[in-house]
Design a protein around this ligand. Sequence first.
Ligand SMILES: NC(=O)c1ccc[n+]([C@@H]2O[C@H](COP(=O)([O-])OP(=O)(O)OC[C@H]3O[C@@H](n4cnc5c(N)ncnc54)[C@H](OP(=O)(O)O)[C@@H]3O)[C@@H](O)[C@H]2O)c1
Length: 351
Amino acid sequence: MMQGSLIEADTSMDSGRRRFLGLTVAAATAPMLAACSGEEYTVIPDSRFPIGPFGADSTAEEVTAGLDLSGSTALVTGCNSGLGFETMRVLALRGAHVIGTGRTLDKAAQACAAVTGKTTPLALELSDFGSAADCARAVRDMGVTLDMLICNAGINTFGELELVNGVEKIFVVNYLGHFVLVNELLPMMLAAGTGRIVHVGSRSGYRSAPAVGIDFDNLRGEGVFDSGEAYGRSKLANALFSLALAERLQGTGVSSNVVHPGLVQTDIARTAPTAMRVAFDLFGSLIAKTPGEGAATQVYVATSPLLDGVNGAYFEDCNPVTVGGNHHMFDRAMAQRLWSEAQVMTQLSSA
Ligand SMILES: NC(=O)c1ccc[n+]([C@@H]2O[C@H](COP(=O)([O-])OP(=O)(O)OC[C@H]3O[C@@H](n4cnc5c(N)ncnc54)[C@H](OP(=O)(O)O)[C@@H]3O)[C@@H](O)[C@H]2O)c1
């Protein structure tokens, strides 16, 4: 089984992430420089938000130690594998009722049955907007208050251009499907006046996206296709979705934040060429996080009392950061345009 995403690997990653171990070390070592494709990015703590005691080596169990989540409900997309499974496992372990989604009900049910605690499986196929709407309807019908909505599921493909209903597939699965799901669940969360929406993005959003950011004239395969850029574009879209949503959520009690989990040993790059997969199977454990470490950031952002009211932040290694350099992760105008385009592409006029 493929264990990791080479597209996000770089030699500085391990030493870099291990340097970022909470406020003291982070402040002492900032700016942390990460080089990729000749670009340099400066990652520093975002002083607008609280810095916690956790870092790159923290696990999801560690960041929730002592927390009692009984009475709360979380929805985790992609619960049957990698970060989603670990996120569901730990949230349920701490007492939360976890609604776990899989591409089929069977996959979700098998994953839910494999963890201790209260879980409910649901089907969610993100390339099918009807499935996203059905999933949201099923959640609404449960009559629960959704305290955590963790948009985790995703793909990273290494092949040729694929279109879903005329739109590039990675963009559809990683972004548009979640756009529908979130917007369908938002009225219920706003009515409750509480809840944290966590988008699982990636630093690929600034390292690998097209130089122009979201290349709106290439979302339907009109131009050149590069699978690495397509993944980066989809992860930039996750970040911009969070940003635009956070603006809309100000003062509502509901929050939206986005995270990069790190380079993690999961099945995300299952379609990578064999030689790449074998190399990573052999050496990946030297540079990648375990699923427990990888899930820590999204679980921390979903649960930490320290982050009450935090909205519109970007996290790496369990801390809010800002990123200097040439990228579009915090481009508000692009975020608003993306929202409008997504409304058209998903035909969600009321979003
Ligand atoms: N691993 C890393 O190094 C890394 C780094 C940065 C960001 N991320 C992000 O972390 C998130 C979780 O990925 P992972 O690393 O845990 O990978 P993973 O082990 O491959 O898990 C991905 C999950 O997404 C689901 N999924 C894929 N296509 C879907 C679709 N069309 N509809 C609904 N669900 C779908 C998968 O279901 P099936 O198993 O049924 O296909 C699986 O449950 C992704 O958003 C990824 O981009 C990962």
